[in-house]
Ligand binder design. Structure first.
Ligand code: UD1
Length: 428
């Protein structure tokens, strides 16, 4: 088990550099299957989820090398050798299902185990399958597997998504890029990672317009080419550092970001009384920490609404506010598992269906969170525990940080450089 040992109460100061976005890197790796040529992917984050995505790509037939020093991955899929992805691989991460669209498009067949990933809700795949179906594929679910067949190849279609699912938008966009004719995705997700995937596909020769809006049009291409592409900065990693500085106080500069992508977080932090200055590729966060933060209400929504992936970190921050905040989760039905662990640290959070009622500190002198042992149960919930531990008095051991390492590259090291007292170690 991996553990972070954190001595709380230190303000954060200095600067931190943000890596490439996990949620852009994963679909981009899957989309690389659409060409036989070499693709060079820059700004690739060093994450467990990326390793697992590449492992699956390798199983399918991709050759890849990782230049870790320069964050570059070279990937080439001259031949598909495996169109079946078993449970052991697919269960490693939710994004494994993004290989379905790519394999279906280039191979006309894929058999893949139902995807795994963080346990934050049911996470069905019906919208992905609806899209593939409309594009001419037949889907059969059996024994925990989905088999997709399109012996005549995929054709363009009009696909209306009943919810702007990020994964379904990406999977359908990847498949449509290599399908015959035009596909329109209506009520598409508009997250920056969708735009990044579309930009990557266009660099490979695809014809895609409208990514970033609710309607995306894709004209299928027979052949795509290799390219060199830099992955967009991770707005959730950046937002996590911003929330951490807001909670414990201090003055940090978060570098190598796109401030436009951070706007929902920036605006809510300002509402909470935290200063956020924006530069061309950085944000500076200045906060007085505990007791100087104002309570706010948050409702998670599809982009450009407030990101569900920042919900837990903001809840941790608002335990330091001088009043009561309401956090409502509308995207996933089981995304408050970490709340019990925050309460073990002394937070006062009540759950009322999909809303967390967070009682903050009324007075700055009042002792509040106190260090103890807590356990991460998912990626962002784990990050919330780290923020709470940084704000708590005394020592906290955050266990099972493997969850955190799925989506943060060296979180402990980066926080340590900002002045936090945090060490990462492994216990058998
Ligand atoms: C992606 C992100 C994840 C983020 C989420 C929402 C990646 C690798 N992961 O996950 O970090 O939290 O977007 O921003 O990019 N749904 C259906 N049917 C479907 C698909 C989804 O009902 O076929 C529902 C889900 O149950 C959920 C909602 O749609 O309630 C949003 O899910 P979705 O946008 O698909 O999230 P992911 O792509 O899994």
């Amino acid at each position: 088990m991996n553990i972070y040992k954190i001595n709380g109460g230190r303000t954060l100061r200095g600067s931190v550099e943000i890596d490439g976005a996990k949620n852009a890197a994963l679909p981009i790796i899957a989309a690389s299957l659409l060409t036989k040529d070499v693709c060079l992917l820059g700004n690739m984050p060093k994450l467990k989820d990326v390793d697992n995505m590449l492992l699956i790509a390798g199983h399918i037939g991709s050759n890849f090398d990782c230049d870790i020093t320069n964050s570059i991955v070279r990937i080439e899929t001259s031949k598909i050798i495996n169109s079946e992805i078993g449970y052991n691989l697919a269960a490693k991460l939710r994004a494994s299902f993004l290989f379905a669209g790519a394999l279906l498009a280039v191979n006309g067949y894929v058999k893949i185990a139902m995807p795994g990933g963080c346990d934050i809700g049911l996470r069905p795949i019906d919208l992905h399958l609806k899209g593939f179906n409309l594009m001419g594929a037949e889907a059969v679910k059996d024994g925990g597997f989905v088999t997709l067949n399109a012996p005549m190849g995929l054709h363009g279609a009009e696909v209306y998504l009943d919810f702007p699912s990020v994964g379904a938008t990406e999977n359908i966009m990847i498949a449509a890029t290599a399908a015959a004719g035009k596909t329109t995705i209506k009520n598409a997700a508009a997250e920056p990672e969708i735009v990044d995937l579309a930009n990557y596909l266009c660099e490979m020769g695809a014809d895609i317009v409208g990514a970033g809006s609710d309607t995306i049009e894709i004209k299928g291409k027979k052949q795509l080419r290799g390219t060199i592409y830099n992955i967009v900065p991770d707005r959730i990693e950046a937002g996590t550092f911003m929330a951490a500085a807001g909670a414990v106080g201090g003055d940090i500069t978060v570098k190598k970001v796109n401030p436009v992508h951070l706007e929902p977080v920036t605006l809510k932090l300002r509402e909470a009384g935290i200063t956020v200055e924006e530069g061309s590729d950085f944000v500076r966060v200045i906060s007085g920490g505990r007791g100087s933060v104002r309570p706010i209400d948050i409702r998670t929504l599809p982009y450009p609404g407030f990101p569900t992936d920042m919900q837990a970190q903001m809840t941790a921050l608002l335990t330091q506010a001088n009043g009561t905040s309401l956090i409502t989760e509308t995207i996933f039905e089981n995304r408050f598992q970490y709340v019990g662990e925050l309460n073990r640290l002394g937070a006062v959070i009540k759950l009322n269906e999909r809303t967390a009622v967070v009682s903050g500190v009324e007075k700055k002198e009042k002792p509040f969170l106190t260090g103890t042992a807590v356990e991460a149960t998912d990626l962002r919930g784990g990050a919330a525990l780290v923020i709470a531990a940084l704000s708590a008095k005394g020592e906290t051991r955050v266990c099972n940080t493997e969850f955190i390492e799925r989506g943060y590259s060296d979180l402990a090291g980066k926080l340590s450089l900002l002045g936090a007292d945090i060490i990462s170690y492994r216990e058998c």
